[in-house]
Design a protein around this ligand. Structure first.
Ligand code: SAM
Length: 278
């Protein structure tokens, strides 16, 4: 039983509902919602964020996978005429086409913002899907495990820095909104959380000649964090260790360096040198 409903939380769907109005206020303020915004909410649950967000914006589309929650949401949200609930898996939803349709129906919509207290079991796939889809989103304000937020924010040189930090930096600028202790949720998760806002860049942070190669080079470079860059990239795109060592040096990087010391600009230079050599 929760909020008068005969509802059982499903752990495997990452159902940790927010019970703090203060945190809800911080998320909505952090998202910088405007009266002419279209909001896409991921995982509305019982509508803790949905209702106050819908009061601030023009239109809200809420994507919820759990069929058990749909009648509850319909009841909770019945007084709103600007909310649509979509009973789907966000990872299988074409968010870009939802946005395109809403924009074509309502020319008054000016901004497109994603919000959500994310289901933690799929935090990274959701973020990467939204960034890679390039569906016209202006910003993404989301709650996630603190550990993932720390990895996203990490700068070159630290142990939290990795392919996720670089990928997010490529598409977005990152703003810290707040840290949220685990006691703010029901049921209480094992770990603390944090809210970040990701503002999509108009121009990507760097412009590698081949984006796919850039990302596969980063993935290979971080494949074994203890190894040197030359060792991790040996065999990459069929290049032997000697050739890889030369290319890394030509990119102005020490072959003995480790991936975690390379900035996004270093990786762009390195990927371009590899692209020229294959
Ligand atoms: N927004 C609510 C709140 O803050 O109280 C609920 C947040 S809860 C952490 C995550 C929500 O995402 C749950 O309602 C869960 O059912 C939903 N969810 C889980 N996996 C999903 C998926 N693949 N697609 C859409 N929603 C999903």
């Amino acid at each position: 039983m929760y909020k008068g409903y005969n509802f059982k939380f499903t752990k495997s769907l990452g159902q940790n509902f927010l019970k703090s109005d203060k945190v809800i206020g911080e998320i909505l303020e952090g998202a910088d919602l405007k009266a002419d915004d279209l909001v896409i909410e991921i995982g509305p649950g019982m509508g803790a964020l949905t209702k106050p967000a819908a009061n601030l914006v023009r239109r809200l589309m809420a994507i919820e996978i759990d069929t058990e929650l749909i009648p509850i949401l319909e009841r909770e949200l019945s007084v709103f005429d600007n909310i649509k609930v979509i009973n789907e898996d966000v990872l299988k939803t074409n968010v870009g086409s939802i946005i395109a349709e809403e924009l074509s129906l309502d020319p008054e919509i000016k901004g497109v913002k994603v919000i959500g207290n994310l289901p933690y079991y799929i935090t990274t796939p959701i973020i990467m899907k939204l960034l890679e889809e390039d569906g016209g989103i202006d910003s993404i304000t989301i709650m996630m495990q603190k550990e993932v937020a720390d990895r996203i924010k990490a700068e070159a040189g630290g142990k939290e820095y990795g392919s996720l930090s670089i990928a997010v930096k490529y598409y977005c600028t990152v703003t810290d909104i707040c840290d949220v202790p685990k006691t703010m949720f029901i049921p209480q998760p094992k770990v603390d959380s944090a809210v970040l806002r990701l503002d999509l860049r108009e121009e990507k942070a760097v412009t590698p000649k081949d984006e796919k190669l850039f990302f596969s080079c980063i993935k290979a470079a971080f494949s074994q964090r203890r190894k040197t860059l030359a060792n991790c990239l040996s065999g990459f795109k069929g290049l032997d260790k000697n050739r890889v060592t030369e290319i890394i040096t030509e990119a102005g990087i020490s072959p003995g360096a480790r991936a975690e010391t390379l900035t996004i600009e270093d990786f762009a230079r390195l990927a371009d040198k590899i692209e020229e050599s294959i």
